[in-house]
Design a protein around this ligand. Structure first.
Ligand code: NAP
Length: 233
């Protein structure tokens, strides 16, 4: 990773921020991008090494085009965008809620991949983020499931079309918001979750998945699940 230039859209919190820390520690030059300047500033203060921050709403195509015009060539583009999305049972769905989540997580990642390629900005690979709701049912998660499933299908097609640029995704299971997040563990158990490892994952454990996909040059079209065994149970 030493000297690699990587961009993490969604790097101002959670898994993306953990990845920014890991990648800078490994010697990469990291840019994090997201919508909130305040969150970006707080995130950069948390990282010991110098990083670049960029205010970007990836769901707005013109902003994404402008971003790549300014960026120059990078080695890896990563997206960990998470939309604000309220869980709702299918029958009670407020369509605008699902549509705005699709705008951010699906179209945001789509615009990033598309304009990274059109502008020849990425030399090695693109890693998007889905989530295990793509692969099994949870009550109230139909919208999330559809978005994550769409991302995974997109990744497989792009891997074929864009080779030798590698295109992969990380599919996280349930990740803790802070260490020993028992409230979230209990909430997901109520949803029918049954994690064989009997705990939530950490942001750092999820971030390891992106590090692996960046380093392993024979991965493309892979969906790397990091879920404590949830999908097997
Ligand atoms: N955490 C879990 O349990 C879990 C489980 C399954 C899947 N995932 C997936 O893993 C990814 C990371 O999740 P997380 O929990 O680490 O999320 P998070 O802590 O909420 O971070 C999400 C990041 O996305 C940025 N963002 C949101 N909308 C954006 C937009 N339109 N343009 C640019 N940046 C945007 C946010 O910053 P701003 O607010 O500043 O824009 C923030 O940096 C997401 O795709 C999520 O769906 C997470």
């Amino acid at each position: 990773m030493k000297g690699k230039n990587i961009v993490i859209v969604g790097g101002s919190s959670g898994i993306g921020l953990a990845l920014a820390k890991k990648a800078t520690q490994a010697g990469a030059n990291v840019t994090i991008a997201s919508r909130s300047s305040a969150k970006l500033k707080l995130a950069s203060d948390e990282i010991e090494q110098p990083i670049t921050i960029y205010k970007l709403d990836a769901s707005i195509e013109e902003e994404v085009i402008g971003f790549f015009k300014e960026l120059g060539v990078i080695d890896h583009l990563i997206s960990t965008i998470k939309p604000t999305h309220i869980s709702q049972q299918f029958v009670d769905t407020e369509i605008c809620n699902h549509k705005s989540a699709f705008e951010a997580k699906y179209w945001g990642q789509y615009f990033l991949a598309l304009h990274a390629i059109r502008s020849n900005s990425v030399s090695e690979g693109i890693i998007l983020t889905s989530g295990i709701a793509a692969s099994r049912g949870y009550v109230g998660f139909s919208g999330t499931a559809a978005i994550n499933g769409a991302i995974e299908s997109l990744v497989k097609s792009l891997a074929v079309e864009l080779a030798p640029i590698r295109v992969n995704a990380v599919s996280p299971g349930f990740i803790e918001r802070f260490p020993n997040d028992l409230a979230r563990y209990s909430a997901i158990s109520d949803l029918g979750s049954n994690v064989p490892l009997r705990r939530l994952g950490s942001n750092l454990e999820a971030a390891e998945g992106y590090m692996y996909l960046m380093k392993n040059k024979y991965t493309t079209g892979s969906i790397l699940t990091i879920d404590g065994g949830e999908l097997c149970a």
